[in-house]
Design a protein around this ligand. Structure first.
Ligand code: CTP
Length: 408
């Protein structure tokens, strides 16, 4: 039987204060099931959400809660704990814990351990969407990622979704299974950031093709899948340019976004982002644009509605996939289909000359939703992935891209 992925690995789990703390219990169970050992540090706020008893029972170790405990200092204090660990995981990582770590503030056991350690650290942020999007929090997260060479702060999530506070957006802690994947990757990889030094360009969202200064043609793409892919690639260390049509989404941490409207602008911006090792073209590019955009607002008149003449837009994917010095090593397109997913995806693959197609089954509720069912079609074969969240699909795709680029 294959060895469990975390056999004899030691994880120090810091549990911060947030409603997501209950998921830390499931994470402990998953780590132990995978053969790992867990010790937990519970912050004062964390103890408002889960009890030390639950954590002690699940980890099989006493739970550390305070900095100054004579018996801890003679057995295992904060320095010993960090020496013991192969990896430190903070789940949930609250805005407060992130701020302390980013600024070297050490005033309790959790923050002191984070500053005292030279071990790889994984943060699983969880907080209200507006807190997560606040520039102060974003700057702190960026700062922690930038400390990479020092003690390797990596970030998993947060996911988009409905939150306990009734709001909606990024801020929900990544699911325990996704945190587990990140743990395995961090412990396996040279530094857990297999795409460090690689460049990625991602297109996302709809395009908007003007009819006149106030009207236009567009579509119902939300951009969520492409944004999640940009975020997942950045999490693995890639330098990501996200060329985005109009969406209401926030720029993922660590990603450079170029805002565009039309297909022609998207093509220009995508080419300007080259060279890149991988291009993921998930945008729903309008197939046509209006020939001769009116310079002034078209008025109603006795002649009835205007007739719009359409001309075809450039195919950004086919252009990028065409042989040439700037062709990315891996060019990935999307195919939205309502039937014959594999056949249609495969014919798109050869017609457009790209390397992989993510076939998207749009027969059920995809547009704007958080879930998605996809099929990955490569020249070698096709595999159907189970319906999962767009964040999970993004992480799985980013992991496949990393595999491909690091073995290529
Ligand atoms: N694409 C592009 N530029 C275009 C049109 C599409 O880059 N002008 C890319 C999309 O980003 C996506 C893939 O091509 O990666 C989708 O191909 P497309 O032919 O638009 O697929 P469908 O809309 O599904 O087309 P069809 O009508 O052939 O089903």
């Amino acid at each position: 039987m294959a060895q469990a992925p975390l056999t004899s690995r030691k994880i120090l789990l810091i549990v911060g204060g947030g409603i997501a703390a209950y998921k830390a219990l499931e994470l402990v169970r998953l780590i132990r099931k995978a053969g790992g050992e867990v010790q937990a540090v519970l912050t004062a706020a964390g103890a408002e959400f889960v009890t030390p008893l639950s954590l002690a029972a699940l980890t099989g170790h006493p739970v550390r809660q305070t900095l100054f405990m004579p018996e801890d200092e003679t057995s295992m204090g904060h320095i010993e704990l960090s020496r013991w660990a192969d990896l430190i995981v903070v789940a949930p990582a609250t805005a407060g814990l992130i701020a302390k770590a980013a600024n070297g503030l050490a005033d309790d056991l959790a923050s002191t351990t984070l500053i005292a350690t030279d071990k790889k650290t994984l943060l699983a942020p969880a907080m209200n969407v507006r807190m997560w999007l606040h520039p102060a929090v974003q700057a702190n997260v960026e700062r922690l990622k930038g400390f990479d060479g020092f003690h390797g702060m990596a970030v998993v999530g947060p996911d988009d979704g409905e939150m306990a506070c009734g709001e909606y957006g990024p801020g929900r802690m990544a699911e325990p299974a996704a945190i587990m994947d990140a743990i395995v990757r961090l412990l396996d990889g040279p530094d857990g950031r297999p795409l460090s030094g690689k460049r990625a360009v991602v297109t996302a969202g709809p395009t908007f093709e003007a009819i006149d200064p106030v009207r236009g043609l567009t579509n119902r793409s939300s951009g969520k899948q492409g944004y999640a892919i940009a975020a997942a690639l950045a999490d693995l260390g890639a330098e990501v340019t996200l060329v985005s049509g109009p969406t209401a989404l926030a720029v993922p941490v660590g990603v450079t976004r170029i805002d565009v409207e039309s297909a022609v602008e998207m093509q220009r911006a995508t080419h300007a982002a080259l060279p890149a090792d991988v291009a993921v073209l998930s945008a729903a590019v309008a197939d046509w644009r209006v020939d001769g955009v009116a310079s002034g607002k078209i008025k109603k008149g006795p002649g009835g509605p205007p007739t719009l003449a359409l001309i075809e837009n450039p195919d950004i994917l086919a252009g990028l996939a065409a042989p040439g010095p700037n062709r990315p090593t891996l060019v990935i397109g999307f195919a939205a289909e309502t039937s014959d997913l594999e056949t249609n995806a495969r014919s798109k693959l050869s017609r457009k000359g790209c390397d992989w197609i993510v076939g998207n089954d749009v027969s059920d509720d995809v547009f704007g939703s958080d879930g998605n069912t996809v099929m990955l079609v490569t020249r070698e074969g096709a595999e159907t992935w189970p319906r999962q969240s767009k964040a999970e699909i993004a992480r799985a795709l980013a992991a496949r891209i990393a595999d491909h680029l690091t073995k290529a």
